[in-house]
Design a protein around this ligand. Structure first.
Ligand code: ADP
Length: 474
């Protein structure tokens, strides 16, 4: 019931009026209107009735002539019709000439019937004899034994009093109708102002598909609706960006896998076409293939980590690692490639470098990314140096092992030095010259932080870059 916001709003606006206004009207009519005046009047009539019973001689209640005389005495002071009846309710005398024919007849009226059994009573009803609405009141005269001796009946024309409350009733009725109409209009207006943006939102959400350009929802209306529209807009933009990222990532993967696979295929074909008989050439081709496979391996490792870290925190498989060994192995892996590009690669490791508790595979991944970048971005004739050292602090617990990969390549501009660690960021300058995915540094930084360490860069544009991996000893 009332499932629609629209209906609920209208009801919430009209309900108070539906409940409150009639209640206020009843109270107002009672306080200002006829009910109260008539109540007061009935008390007044009761007093007059009692007064008449007191001044009337005892014969009055048996003798119509006596009764008529009593009426003559009091009628000039009393504006109501006065009737005197005997103890059984038969009319003895009336102040109205039109009642003359009814003398001696039984007055069969509710108030009189009550008076016959000894009770004073009043009611408002239509009197066919007075041809108007009257307040009818009958007071019995009782002796010591509560036996009814006679009855005074007073009938007061209340038309004027009742008519006085009619304008008030109309006024209240009119206020009610206008109030209801205003509440309905207000409820409808508010419901529409809420409904329209919500419908827009529903429509926008139903057509929201990744990749399609989304138009911003207008951010207007009440605060809550504005907030929902704003959240929708930012969600739609994020979705759009994510979709673009996804597409870019797929394109990069295809490109990054295609190149080494092409090189491997060319080497295999060369071997197949006879190069296998030339031992030196075959050895060179095998080394080349191995390097390309390493590149693919590194790419797969980076991608796997990226996918994994989106779902759950990166878990480390720690063991005691000899950094000297790790650096040496990595430099040997690149020896062939750097030689091909006429780049010199050297390492410089401090003699007493301690063992470090870390995930060997992940450290190799970081190192491979850094050396690979240095090799990739440095032009022929440059040099790369990988060094390992200790950074001892006064407090032994905060000592660090520092691995630096320095190159004399193109360097990185200061404004780009922060951005290069963002996922998918590639320098626009390098983008055209070198292939890449833009994930290597982002993944390496995450891995360094997982180890409780950091990865930073220090670079002078045009002179070279030094990437610094810092790992805590403890
Ligand atoms: P990719 O190398 O696949 O583009 P990375 O995350 O490894 O992705 O590097 C991000 C960007 O940082 C590169 O596009 C490049 O502009 C810059 N960069 C990284 N290493 C070097 C370096 N040794 N010399 C100069 N620029 C570098």
């Amino acid at each position: 019931m009332f499932r629609k916001l629209h209906t609920r709003l209208i009801i919430s606006h009209t309900l108070p009026i539906l409940i409150l206004l009639p209640a206020i009207a009843i109270v107002l009519i009672y306080l200002l209107g006829s009910r109260r005046t008539i109540g007061d009047l009935a008390d007044q009539l009761a007093g007059q009735g009692t007064l008449i019973t007191e001044i009337a001689p005892s014969d009055t209640w048996k003798n119509p002539t006596e009764a008529a005389q009593v009426i003559d005495q009091v009628k000039s002071n009393i504006t109501s019709r006065i009737m005197l009846l005997d103890s059984t309710g038969h009319l003895l005398a009336s102040s109205l000439d039109t009642d003359k024919d009814r003398i001696g007849q039984l007055i069969d009226f509710a108030t009189v019937r009550q008076a016959v059994i000894g009770q004073t009573n009043w009611l408002v009803d239509y009197s066919p004899f007075m041809r108007t609405r009257v307040l009818d009141m009958a007071t019995p005269l009782l002796d010591q034994n509560n036996t009814v001796l006679g009855i005074v009946r007073l009938s007061y024309d209340v038309t004027a009093i009742e008519q006085r409350t009619i304008p008030l009733t109309w006024l209240i009725g009119l206020t009610f109708v206008i109030g209801m109409a205003l509440a309905l209009l207000l409820g409808l207006g508010l419901a529409r102002s809420l409904n329209a943006p919500l419908m827009h939102l529903t429509q926008a959400v139903s057509v929201l598909t990744p990749g399609t350009y989304v138009q911003d929802l207008p951010e207007n209306g009440p605060y809550e609706v504005k907030t929902v529209a704003r959240s929708y807009n930012s969600m739609a933009h994020r979705l759009h960006e994510l979709e673009l990222t996804r597409q870019q990532l797929i394109a990069n993967i295809v490109h990054e896998l295609g190149t080494p696979l092409g090189a491997i295929k060319a080497a295999v074909e060369a071997l197949h076409n006879g190069a296998v008989s030339d031992q030196t050439l075959a050895g060179e081709l095998a080394l080349g293939m191995n390097c390309q496979i390493d590149q693919i391996g590194l790419l797969i490792d980076d991608l796997a980590l990226l996918g994994e870290s989106e779902i759950k925190p990166i878990s480390l498989d720690r063991e005691w690692c000899n950094l000297e060994d790790l650096i040496q192995v990595e430099c040997h892996t690149y020896a062939y490639l750097v030689k091909q590009k006429r780049i010199s690669l050297a390492y410089n490791i401090k003699a007493d470098l301690p063992l470090i508790l870390a995930d060997k595979r992940r450290l190799t991944q970081i190192l491979a990314n850094l050396v690979h970048n240095a090799y990739k971005y440095s032009p022929p004739g440059s040099s790369i140096t990988v060094s390992g050292d200790m950074l001892r602090e006064l407090n032994e617990t905060s000592s660090h092992v520092i691995i630096e990969v320095a190159d004399t390549g193109p360097g990185i501009s200061p404004e780009e030095q922060e951005k290069i660690f963002d996922l998918l960021y590639r320098s626009p300058r390098e983008r055209n010259l070198h292939k890449g995915m833009g994930i290597g540094l982002a993944v390496s930084k995450r891995l360094a932080e997982c180890h409780g360490g950091s990865l930073t860069v220090n670079s002078v544009f045009g002179q070279g870059s030094t990437f610094r991996l810092s790992l805590p000893l403890s």
